[in-house]
Design a binder for this molecule. Structure first.
Ligand SMILES: Nc1ncnc2c1ncn2[C@@H]1O[C@H](COP(=O)(O)OP(=O)(O)OP(=O)(O)O)[C@@H](O)[C@H]1O
Ligand SMILES: [Mg+2]
Length: 390
């Protein structure tokens, strides 16, 4: 009998060395774009695996090419342009700290920043210190110019991943910073991955013809995972940790995840623990219920902050996606009272990524929100079992 190991499922980012479920084509495309110095905007609804994929691509690029310079940072917590500049500068600095000649190229161009090295238990740690008086946009301009300077070194290729990139538009809604960054990077042979979890905002940054980043980057949309990708992935993952999962059970888990990697990992994690490695139908059902309970708490608090009109609209769409929200019958069925309120609710819910309009039909973006809003947990369990033999 094989020894049951630690759960192979991950509640946080999957280590970049580990195999991913699916995403082979997307990974190849990202690596090729990076090699060619192209800019990419990576878009999907939340928790589809953008950050995981971008980090995996950067890892692969580094392992395939020793001259490649890759850097990744998330700017989600930054509230000023100077903070964004500092985050990017210190990330790039860390990435090149071991390459002396490049380090010199970087530091030569810096006047508004001073690189600072401290020695920690895990070796040298690089950060930057701002010179007094430099403005946020001066700092950002300087960082980008330094990247351009490094990119002129022979044989070096650079790829920088900036996560939660829509933060730039929140910090500077007038778009001056976007325009400056565009002018600086458009002819640079440096690849950028612009990643973001606020889908609507990121899309309008790159797709609205009046915005500076319009047509600046190749757009990549991450779809949900397919059953045909998830089933072998689950089998291999569970067996690698000494556990067991049949094809039917893997299909059940895959369907319950709705193809969203985050839920595949979360439900798998709990089910593996519940069944001590034996992923049977009961442990998967119980895991699904537990994960949904956590989601319910999170979702209820975000929905409780919505104005009443948006809440009513969201509930109506959870029960009944529609291409005619203004029809008398629809309004009556869902207790919607005014056309003006519907227009404003639809607009705001779209902006906040609660809903999307696909081929004219308005619907809830996140299938788990729909399940919770309609109290559909048990129905979902039944539907996911339908047609599975054992
Ligand atoms: N291809 C994959 N195979 C297996 N697990 C994955 C894959 N992609 C993501 N995951 C898992 O799903 C979870 C969510 O992934 P990740 O954080 O990369 O998504 P995201 O799209 O960046 O989310 P957000 O929009 O919230 O930033 C991670 O914890 C990771 O464990
Ligand atoms: Mg992310």
């Amino acid at each position: 009998m094989r020894k049951i190991g630690k759960t192979p499922f991950s509640l946080s980012i999957v280590e970049p060395e580990a195999e991913l479920c699916g995403r082979k084509e997307e990974l190849k495309r990202l690596i090729n774009y990076a090699r060619d110095g192209e800019k990419v905007v990576l878009v999907s609804p939340r928790r589809y695996g953008k950050t995981t994929l971008a980090k995996k691509a950067l890892h692969e690029i580094r392992s395939q090419d020793k001259n490649a310079l890759t850097a990744y940072c998330s700017i989600s917590r930054e509230t000023t342009v100077a903070g964004v500049a500092e985050r990017i500068a210190s990330t790039v600095l860390k990435a090149i700290a071991s390459k002396r000649s490049l380090l010199e190229r970087l530091t030569k161009g810096l006047t508004a920043f001073r690189p600072v090295m401290t020695l920690g238990p895990e070796g040298p740690n690089w950060t930057v210190e701002r010179s007094a008086g430099a403005t946020g946009s001066q700092l950002l301009e300087e960082v980008i110019r330094s990247l351009a300077n490094i990119s002129k070194a022979p044989d070096v290729s650079i790829c920088v991943g900036i996560d939660e990139f829509q933060t730039v538009a929140c910090i500077d809604p007038k778009g001056g910073i976007e325009a400056m960054v565009r002018d600086l990077i458009q002819d640079m042979r440096v690849s950028f991955f612009f990643i973001g979890s606020q889908r609507h905002m990121l899309t309008s940054m790159f797709s609205d013809s009046g915005r500076p980043f319009y047509r600046m980057a190749h757009r990549m949309d991450l779809p949900p995972l397919n059953e045909s990708e998830m089933i072998p992935y689950l089998t291999q993952l569970v067996e690698s940790a000494g556990g067991a999962i049949s094809k039917d059970e893997a299909t059940f888990l895959a369907r319950l995840s709705n193809g969203i990697p985050f839920f595949l990992q979360q439900i798998g994690y709990v089910a593996f623990q519940q069944g001590s490695g034996r992923m049977d139908v009961e442990s998967i059902k119980e895991a699904f219920r537990q994960v949904m309970e956590v989601e319910r708490g999170d979702m209820e608090s975000s929905i409780s902050r919505l104005p009443l009109g948006q809440r009513a609209m969201l509930l109506a769409l959870a029960h009944e996606p529609t291409d005619s929200p203004y029809s008398q019958a629809y309004m009556k069925r869902h207790g919607l009272t005014s056309a003006g309120a519907i227009t404003s609710a639809l607009e705001n819910l779209k902006k906040a990524d609660f809903i999307i309009q696909e081929t004219k039909t308005y619907k809830i973006l996140d299938p788990f929100q729909r399940i919770i809003l309609t109290d559909g947990m048990e129905r979902e369990l039944l539907e996911a079992r339908a047609g599975i033999q054992s």
